[in-house]
Design a binder for this molecule. Structure first.
Ligand code: MEV
Length: 424
């Protein structure tokens, strides 16, 4: 069933009705979403199998971003995040992108690298060539570790050899380049690297030390672009100011870090919701943010098109999978993948990159147009009011007062509550 991601008014519904609407808008059975209840999600037993010394389960809110169209198809996006405003901001940016058809994406093949570090090599330059000469043997040895991967069309595609000058020595570093298909790939490439390391050490006439994937997944890139309508953004001045705001991020690493953090707000929320490795994607992204001259810069770029609209582009390394790991084990991640409705790791990566671009645009627009605090304040005020002990009935009054008094603080919330209860 084709999904319609244009679900307005979600925020005004109780959680149960939101879920029912999501189930109706996707082909997911309502019962599949029951695991989203904290009592029914990850069990202690499952947690105990996932990590060591488990003592419990940590809850993070899971929400759904609306309005997304990616490559002409609508998606409802599960996002796990503790940060207020993130999901509303992504949905809002996706609504603006929709005016011009939503997000368009593309992806490279799912190629991951494993590295094998070889030391104590007398003639590194010659060893490098000896390793290239043994390409077929090394590739066959690696492929033998994972015949199933070769059967489904993956497997080792190439080898590369880098000479890395470090203060202590010149290391010969063999890279295995592996098509991991729908896996995140860490297990597949690590097994191959371990199997090949001994022989690679022999060929290089040195000693193999590290054998591990590289999280700089620069051969596995997802790209997303969108045109954001100038009027929907708030007019031509807002477009110009967003271009200036983004240009600062490209030129200044202090701003780039924050700008990229805004992208990660969206990216990590979907990566986490789908049970993928958030740190792998973050490590990949931040290494990708370093340009050819070694400068840390913005991951996205914004410019004005010939119609005066804003165009945004984002390219990210995207080591995510749909097979193995928590994606398959964690019941909530499984439900999240089902409601997202993606069939391949490639599709998942493309949706994640579109969310990253939406999140980025939303943050930069808010900063350029009105500052971020106004949007943040009402959710922050809710948190403060709840922490101060406001009941659901008292909440709207306390939140409104905290904002109009421009004093969103715990002590003030307590004072307002005391006044309210005195009057009652
Ligand atoms: C806050 O979580 C993210 C922002 O700081 C991102 C940005 O400044 O672009 C708002």
């Amino acid at each position: 069933m084709a999904v319609n991601s244009r679900l307005s008014g979600m925020k005004d519904l109780p959680i149960g009705e939101r879920r029912a609407r999501i189930a109706r808008s996707t082909s997911v059975e309502p019962e599949r979403l029951e695991v989203l209840d904290p009592e029914q999600g990850l069990t202690l037993e499952q947690a105990d199998h996932m990590i060591e010394n488990a003592i419990g389960v940590f809850g993070v809110p899971l929400g759904v971003a609306t309005n997304f169209t990616v490559n002409g198809r609508d998606y409802l996006i599960p996002m796990a995040t503790e940060e207020p405003s993130v999901i509303a901001a992504a949905s809002n940016a996706a609504r603006i992108a929709r005016v011009n058809g939503g997000f368009t994406t593309s992806t490279t093949e799912p190629l991951m690298r494993a590295q094998i570090q070889i030391l104590d090599v007398a003639d590194p330059h010659t060893a490098r060539l000896r390793l290239f000469e043994a390409r077929d043997e090394l590739m066959a040895l690696a492929d033998k570790q994972d015949p199933q991967l070769s059967r489904i069309g993956g497997g080792v595609r190439d080898v590369d050899v880098h000479l890395v000058d470090a203060p202590a020595a010149t290391y010969v570093v063999l890279h295995l380049i592996v098509d991991v298909r729908d896996a995140m790939g860490a297990n597949a490439v690590n097994t191959m690297a371990e199997a090949v390391a001994g022989r690679a050490g022999e060929i290089a006439q040195g000693r193999a030390l590290l054998r591990i994937l590289s999280n700089k997944a620069d051969l596995r890139l997802c790209r997303a672009r969108a045109v954001f309508d100038a009027d929907a953004l708030g007019g031509p001045e807002v477009v110009d100011d967003i271009v200036h705001a983004a240009a600062l991020a490209e030129a200044d690493p202090y701003r780039a870090a924050t700008h990229n953090k805004g992208i990660m707000n969206g990216v990590v929320a979907v990566v986490l919701a789908t049970g993928n490795d958030t740190r792998a994607v973050e490590a990949g992204s931040h290494s990708h943010a370093v340009d050819r001259n070694g400068r840390y810069t913005a991951l996205s770029h914004f410019e004005k098109d010939s119609d005066g609209n804003l165009t945004g582009v984002l390219e990210l390394p995207m080591a995510v999978g749909l097979v193995g790991g928590a994606t398959k084990v964690h019941p909530v991640a499984r439900a999240a993948v089902a409601l997202l409705g993606v069939d391949t790791a490639r599709e998942l990566g493309e949706v994640i990159t579109a969310v990253g671009l939406a999140q980025n645009l939303a943050a930069v627009r808010a900063l350029a147009a009105e500052g971020i605090q106004r949007g943040h304040m009402s959710l922050h005020a809710r948190n403060v009011a709840v922490t101060a002990g406001a009941t659901p009935e008292e909440l709207p009054v306390v939140v409104a007062r905290l904002i109009t008094d421009r004093a969103v603080r715990g002590d003030h919330a307590e004072k307002i509550l005391a006044e309210l209860r005195d009057k009652a």
